[in-house]
Design a protein around this ligand. Sequence first.
Ligand SMILES: NC(=O)c1ccc[n+]([C@@H]2O[C@H](COP(=O)([O-])OP(=O)(O)OC[C@H]3O[C@@H](n4cnc5c(N)ncnc54)[C@H](O)[C@@H]3O)[C@@H](O)[C@H]2O)c1
Ligand SMILES: O=C(O)C[C@H](O)C(=O)O
Length: 332
Amino acid sequence: MTHAPITVTLTGAGGQIGYAALFRIAAGDLFGPDQPVSLRLLEIPQGMRAAEGAALELADCAFPTLAGVDITDDANVAFDGTNVALLIGSRPRTAGMERGDLLAANGAIFGPQGSAINAHADDDVRVVVVGNPANTNALIAQQHAPDVPAERFTALTRLDHNRAVGLLAAEAGAPVADIAGVTIWGNHSATQYPDLSHATVRGDAALAAVDPAWARGAYIERVAQRGAEIIEVRGGSSVASAANAAIEHTRDWVLGTGPRAAGRWTSAAIVSRGEYGVPEGLISSFPVTSSDGAWSIVDGLEIDEFSRERIDASVAELSAERDAVRELGLMP
Ligand SMILES: NC(=O)c1ccc[n+]([C@@H]2O[C@H](COP(=O)([O-])OP(=O)(O)OC[C@H]3O[C@@H](n4cnc5c(N)ncnc54)[C@H](O)[C@@H]3O)[C@@H](O)[C@H]2O)c1
Ligand SMILES: O=C(O)C[C@H](O)C(=O)O
């Protein structure tokens, strides 16, 4: 292993998703078996012991790809020279709440972290916001980091994407590998739009492989409510699948989506430049591919009236969340 270590900062490292993600990242799941990683764990004082315990266990794994672990409750230290920042630390919702109900409680975390990233992170920093409500928290962080290119701030909708692919595969009786062209549009919330208009199953239109009424009814509801379903069945919000999605999002961003991109794409919430009628500046989910460390939005997809209404509804919610955090004084 001759590469210099990549520094990865995890916030909320003592929490559930942090615990699920740390060992996979340390084992090389982000950048492969030849790329060492140096981990920075950011926690609040109440979470420090849990993070310290995780660090002891990391040492006990003796991963060849793990170059070091530092634990801190100071964001300025945690983001110093960081290349990848996974912003997980924040409160999860409980049964009966929408993710947007966490705006006031969690939004306040992301401004100071954005400022610390702005002041201390490496020039190539890439930020992935997992903490809910993820899109708007990412916007808050991005707005506090004026010296970092806006496109380096993203929010996780890969979990929704994976859910959408998995549920379509199950309905069509096809392996996941035979599914392509699924898109999550908009917000990581109940208004998100899992879109099968351009999806294929074994190369044929998904809307011919499954009942189109299901695809444009129960399916959308099931994907959009999957987080609530997990909370109800598991008694707590998703953990391992969320960590997996954060790793896949980051790996694809940094290493590229590669040859998969022929007719295939994934979904990520990235800063809009006005594509598909999404107002500039919002961090909204799009169909994306990645190469040379940058996301590109898949262009030229036809948007029918049904899709237009749903994309617009989710984007309207993002605009309302942005206005709400402005009113709360959480944006500069
Ligand atoms: N975007 C997604 O797809 C997705 C999926 C699952 C969960 N989530 C969200 O991820 C977040 C974390 O979930 P979890 O299950 O790990 O929660 P958790 O309660 O188990 O862990 C959260 C951790 O964050 C820490 N924390 C709180 N404030 C912090 C701060 N300012 N700096 C650093 N750390 C801080 C807490 O001490 C705790 O250890 C929640 O907001 C949850 O809703 C998002
Ligand atoms: O739904 C939640 O609150 C957790 C997470 O955002 C999820 O989608 O599982």
